[in-house]
Design a protein around this ligand. Sequence first.
Ligand code: HEM
Length: 275
Amino acid sequence: MWVVTDESVARQVLTDPRIAKDTALAPQSWRDGGDLEPTAGQRPSLTTLDGPAHARLRTAHAPLLSRRRLAADADRIAATARGLLRKEAAAGTVVDLAADFTTRYPLTVILDLVGVHKELLDDAASACRGMVSSDPAARGAAFDALNAVTAGAVHGGHDGIGSALRKELRDEYSDEQIGYFLFGLVFAGQLTTDAALGFLLAHALDPGFGLADADRDRIDALWSGCCGNTRRPRSRCGASPPPRSSWAASSSRPERRSSSTSSASTTRAGSTRRT
Ligand code: HEM
């Protein structure tokens, strides 16, 4: 296993046509372990496909996660954070923000964006926790539970990314497959933002760091500082700071070649394995 920690090397790896995501390319012994994402054949998705099929999905997702689209929701997203924090404060007891808020806040936002009814937040939160369990059976059950939550949003949820993707892709993908696209957004979005929020909170609560009274500009500056140059986003997804979405920018990125020519695959955690 190789762990890539340098930005320029990561860029090289992610644009190398010999590197692909389809776990069908991984050695059988890795697949038997049950730790890898299903193959592209079993579960086509942004996180499993390569080449033109991946590019097509990116094109379908990009306008739904553009900077402009998300900026329109920014106040509502901030209000969600305040509402959840107020609820914690109202409990009047010591609360563990890292155990609860950091999971529920990104999930609340992402579920709302994709179109999942808010009554399913608890189910989604416990499924996300189960997905990182050390027990393979618990991970499997959590995978099914989260998949059920997102599948329901494709045409049973409120208007959002799910219904928009269905409109755009219904001639190419089944509802079940589109549900898995939402699964990818929810799980990837929750997992990453959960960890990032944990760091932000740790700094915010550290008296020496002086963030207790920070206003929005200061927090935005901190976020931009973490993510680097805004013109060259580091992440290939929505993680980059404003003013430019890397989803939107991605259409100009070189695409990776079809997985059939690949000699390596990535694990679900994103680390690179040579085959
Ligand atoms: C601090 C927050 C985040 C960080 C650090 C982050 C980081 C990353 C990285 C490094 C990748 C590339 C992984 C690879 O190809 O191996 C990635 C891909 C992806 N992320 Fe994020 N991400 C964050 C937030 C989000 C959010 C909020 C969403 C959903 C709304 C999301 C959805 C995705 C998806 C679907 C992909 C696959 C994209 C593709 O292959 O085209 N991420 N993310």
